[in-house]
Write a protein that binds this ligand. Structure first.
Ligand SMILES: [Fe+2]
Length: 362
């Protein structure tokens, strides 16, 4: 239950994130922007520091990474980050899988950044294109077929079951209408192969099954457990004209210990005095991964394909020059056109050793 108890000491604004004048607003919050919080009104930018140790932001481009599936059709995605709840993968698959795949370690949610193709599944095929999420729940047999490659996608593998959250007060059709979720139709699959290779990931290790009968022989299915695709163009951004709403308003899927969030194009807040750019903050309970799919902010293109990791409790946010510009050019920009995919992870994320070895922390 939310309480109305709040203290306000010293020089503050009447409402948070509005009319802060020459101060810098810095939010320290629990529960991923959804819990108790304090706004600290500072004189200077808290994100300017050097780090000695593991507690630091990591920033790199997916385009600089070389998963083995980029050059080897029998290769695998590259592990980027991991903990006991979630593993973050990067694929750049150039050619279709010459095998079938079943992951019994968890659910998979892939965000397609570049490339087109189809995921064949035992439920039927799902076409995909940039901007799609492709969700393949645990233990479903499937195969990635590349049409226009390489397919660059960021994957979240979760031990817990991925589910849509409840959106209090928003009803059935917001922030997305379930009718825009694409679900496969059964499709006849002809295969002349006498032995079908199925690669199974179990407890982090691959095994191979050789099947006598093709598993895509399904003529019909029913139930509430199925793979699906969803394009972010079909997401309805919930917003306020007088308050920049935090990422917790834009959650797409949740699983034990994680949230998957969409930050997508929308009009800027227009009420004078509102902080339009996300304020400095420390997400005290969640590590954050942000992936820039595209778009721009204040007329500047965002760094497409970049990935950043901000550990829980670290100061981060847009630089002060972006804040200053948003005020200086208030009338010039009426939209923020970012396309950012974000993961919140309750447990600290570990960087895969190859990222540490590459010296890509900053
Ligand atoms: Fe953040």
């Amino acid at each position: 239950m939310r309480t109305l108890i709040q203290h306000s000491k010293g020089r503050t604004s009447r409402q948070a994130h509005r009319d802060i004048g020459d101060l810098r607003d810095d939010e320290l919050g629990r529960g991923g922007f959804d819990g108790r919080e304090a706004v600290l009104y500072r004189r200077s930018d808290p994100t300017v520091f050097r780090s000695d140790g593991r507690f630091r932001q990591t920033y790199f481009s997916a385009l600089d990474q070389k998963p083995s599936d980029l050059t080897d059709d029998r290769g695998t995605p590259l592990r980027l980050f991991y903990n006991d709840d979630v593993t973050v993968w990067l694929t750049r698959r150039a050619r279709s899988m010459p095998f079938l795949l079943r992951n019994v370690d968890g659910d998979e949610c892939w965000f397609i950044h570049e490339g087109t193709g189809q995921v064949e599944t035992e439920f039927g095929p799902l076409d995909f294109e940039p901007g799609d999420y492709v969700v393949i729940p645990k233990a479903i047999t499937h195969r990635w077929v590349v049409k226009d490659g390489p397919v660059l996608a960021l994957g979240f593998e979760t031990v817990g079951e991925l589910r849509a959250p409840t959106y209090p007060g928003l009803g059935r059709h917001a922030p997305f209408d379930s009718d825009v979720v694409r679900v496969p139709e059964p499709a006849q699959h002809d295969s002349a192969a006498t032995e079908i290779e199925l690669r199974v990931k179990y407890d982090g290790e691959y095994s191979t099954l050789l099947l006598e009968n093709h598993p895509f022989d399904v003529e019909g299915w029913k139930g509430d457990y199925f793979p699906f695709a969803f394009n972010v163009r079909d997401w309805n951004v919930i917003m306020s004209d007088s308050l920049h709403l935090p990422p917790s308003m834009h959650v797409f899927l949740v699983a034990e210990g994680i949230n998957i969030i969409n930050l997508l194009p929308r009009p800027f807040e227009s009420v004078e005095g509102v902080e339009r750019i996300p304020w400095y903050h420390r997400n005290a309970d969640y590590d954050e991964i942000t992936f820039i799919h595209g778009g721009d902010s204040l007329g500047r293109p965002l760094d497409k394909g970049s990935i950043s990791h901000d550990p829980q409790g670290i100061h981060h946010g847009f630089p002060q020059r972006a804040r200053d510009k948003s005020k200086r050019e208030w009338d010039k920009h009426d939209r923020i056109n970012w396309q950012i995919i974000m993961l919140e992870s309750r447990r600290p994320l570990k960087l895969d050793p190859h990222l540490l070895a590459g010296g890509q922390s900053k």
